[in-house]
Design a protein around this ligand. Structure first.
Ligand code: SF4
Ligand code: SF4
Length: 422
C-alpha cells in the first residue's frame, strides 16, 4: 500500500511503525473471509482492509479521529483472525493498537460512551473493585430496565453471588518432590475473582509435577483491558508494576511467568511493545516477555501421565488470543489427547465468540450474534465437556452451552490426579 506520510511525520516513531505496517498491505482482501465483523455485516468499513484504510487516512491527514473511525474501530474485536490469515504478514495488531491510542487521545466518542468505558476500565482492572461491584449487583437488579445497555449486559453476565476469595493467595507454593522449575503465576484481575478454579488447578498441577509456584503480591492486572480500550499509559503502568514484581523473584531462579488466561498472556508476551517508549524499563519488559508462557506451554514440558480413565468427548474452543494472539494452536489439544480425552475441534474455530475483553459489554448485539453462532458450532459436536484457555470465553459461553465449560488446565489436573472439575 502506498503511503504519503511526510518526513516530518515519520520523525514520530509510532507514525514510522504505522507506515511500515501499512506498506506491507497489498490490499488483496484475503483477511475479509475470516473477519467476524465482516462475516456478520458484509461491510468493507467493518473489515480489516477497510479499517486499515481508515487508520491510514486518520494518521496521514493528521486531522484527528472522527466519530466514524471510532465506531468502526470499536466494532473490531481485536481477535486478530486477520493477522493469522494475511499472506503478507501485515501487523494489524499493532496498527490497531496505535489507532485506538489515537482515538482515545482525540476523544471523539459521545459522553455516555466515554463514561461507560471509564467505568469498566476502573471496575474491572482491580479485583477489589470488581468484587465490590459484584456485591452491589443485586441492589441494581430491580432497576435493570432503566440502566444503560452496557450495564444491563454486565448485570446479565454477573454471577448470582460474589465468588469466595481466591485460593491462589500471594505466597510460595512448594514443589512436591524434587524441584524441577520455579515459576511466577499471574493472578490477574477478573481472572482472580471469576477464574479461581483455573488458578487452583494450575497450582495443583504444577506443584504435583515438581514446579515451585510463586504468586507475587505486587503483581495484578496485566493491562489487557486498558490496552484494548486504547488507554496505553494505564496499561503500561500495570506492565511496569508486574515486571518489577516478577523480576524481583529472579534471584531465587525464575524459569517462567505462567499465565492461565490467554487474553492476558497475549499482552504479557508483548510487554516490550507496550513499553517501547520507556527506555528504562524496555530491557526488563523484553525479559518478562520471553519468560511468559501459557500454562499449556509449561504443562507440555512436564511429564504428564494419566491417573484416571478419561475418554470423554471434549470440544476444544481455542480462544482468539490463544490461536491468533499467541499462535498456540494444537498444543492444548495434543496435551488433552495424550491424557485420553477424545478432543474435537469446533467448526468455524477461527471466529471469535464475542467476548473479547469488554467487547461483549460495549458491543452487546454483535457479541450476542457471535456467541449464538459459536455455541451452535460447539453444541454440534455433542460434547461431554467444553474446554478453553481463557476466562472471558468461559463467561461468554457459559449460558447456553450443551456441556460444562472448564479451563483446559482443570482437565489436565483432573486427568493427572486432581479433583474432577464438573
Ligand atoms: S490479507 Fe493482508 S495484505 Fe491482504 S488486504 Fe488483508 S491485511 Fe492487506
Ligand atoms: S481483529 Fe478481528 S474483528 Fe478486527 S479486523 Fe481483524 S479479524 Fe476483524
Amino acid at each position: 500500500m502506498q503511503t504519503t506520510f511526510t518526513d516530518a511525520q515519520r520523525q514520530d516513531p509510532d507514525i514510522q511503525l504505522a507506515d511500515d505496517i501499512l506498506r506491507a498491505c497489498v490490499h488483496c482482501g484475503f483477511c475479509l473471509a475470516t473477519c467476524p465483523t465482516y462475516t456478520l455485516w458484509g461491510n468493507e468499513l467493518d473489515s480489516p482492509r477497510g479499517r486499515i484504510y481508515q487508520i491510514k487516512d486518520m494518521l496521514e491527514t493528521g486531522q484527528g479521529a472522527t466519530p466514524e473511525i471510532a465506531t468502526h474501530m470499536d466494532r473490531c474485536l481485536s481477535c486478530f483472525a486477520c493477522v493469522t490469515t494475511c499472506p503478507s504478514g501485515v501487523d494489524y495488531k499493532h496498527l490497531s493498537d496505535l489507532a485506538r491510542e489515537r482515538i482515545e487521545a482525540d476523544n471523539p466518542r459521545g459522553l455516555k460512551d466515554r463514561l461507560m468505558r471509564s467505568l469498566f476500565a476502573f471496575m474491572l482492572t482491580s479485583p477489589l473493585r470488581f468484587r465490590m461491584a459484584l456485591a452491589l449487583a443485586p441492589l441494581a437488579r430491580p432497576f435493570e430496565g432503566r440502566l444503560p445497555r452496557p450495564l444491563r449486559t454486565a448485570l446479565g453476565l454477573a454471577p448470582d453471588s460474589v465468588p469466595r476469595r481466591s485460593a491462589a493467595r500471594p505466597g510460595v507454593y512448594r514443589a512436591q518432590g524434587k524441584r524441577k522449575m520455579r515459576v511466577a503465576l499471574l493472578a490477574g484481575c477478573v481472572q482472580q475473582v471469576l477464574g479461581d478454579r483455573a488458578h487452583a488447578a494450575t497450582l495443583r498441577l504444577l506443584t504435583r509435577h515438581g514446579v515451585e509456584v510463586v504468586m507475587a503480591g505486587d503483581a495484578g492486572c496485566c493491562g489487557a483491558l486498558d490496552q484494548h480500550m486504547g488507554r496505553a499509559e494505564r496499561a503500561a503502568g500495570h506492565a511496569r508494576r508486574n515486571i518489577a514484581a516478577w523480576l524481583a523473584l529472579e534471584g531465587g531462579g525464575l524459569d517462567a511467568v505462567v499465565v492461565n488466561a490467554s487474553g492476558c498472556g497475549t499482552v504479557v508476551k508483548d510487554y516490550a511493545y507496550l513499553l517501547r517508549h520507556d527506555e528504562r524499563h524496555l530491557p526488563a519488559a523484553g525479559r518478562v516477555a520471553t519468560l511468559a508462557k501459557d500454562i499449556t506451554e509449561v504443562a507440555a514440558m512436564l511429564d504428564l501421565t494419566p491417573a484416571v480413565e478419561t475418554g470423554q468427548v471434549v470440544a476444544y474452543h481455542s480462544a482468539c488470543s490463544m490461536q491468533h494472539g499467541q499462535k498456540i494452536t494444537t498444543g492444548p489439544m495434543d496435551l488433552l489427547a495424550s491424557l485420553g480425552f477424545d478432543v474435537r475441534t469446533v467448526p468455524e474455530g477461527h471466529l471469535c465468540c464475542g467476548s473479547a475483553g469488554t467487547y461483549n459489554l460495549l458491543q452487546p448485539d454483535a457479541a450476542q450474534d457471535l456467541k449464538v453462532r459459536k455455541l451452535a458450532n460447539i453444541n454440534s459436536l455433542e460434547p461431554e465437556i467444553i474446554a478453553t484457555g481463557n476466562i472471558g470465553c468461559q463467561m461468554q459461553l457459559n449460558d447456553g452451552a450443551a456441556a460444562p465449560i472448564v479451563h483446559t488446565v482443570e482437565l489436565l489436573d483432573w486427568a493427572t490426579g486432581g479433583p474432577k472439575p464438573f
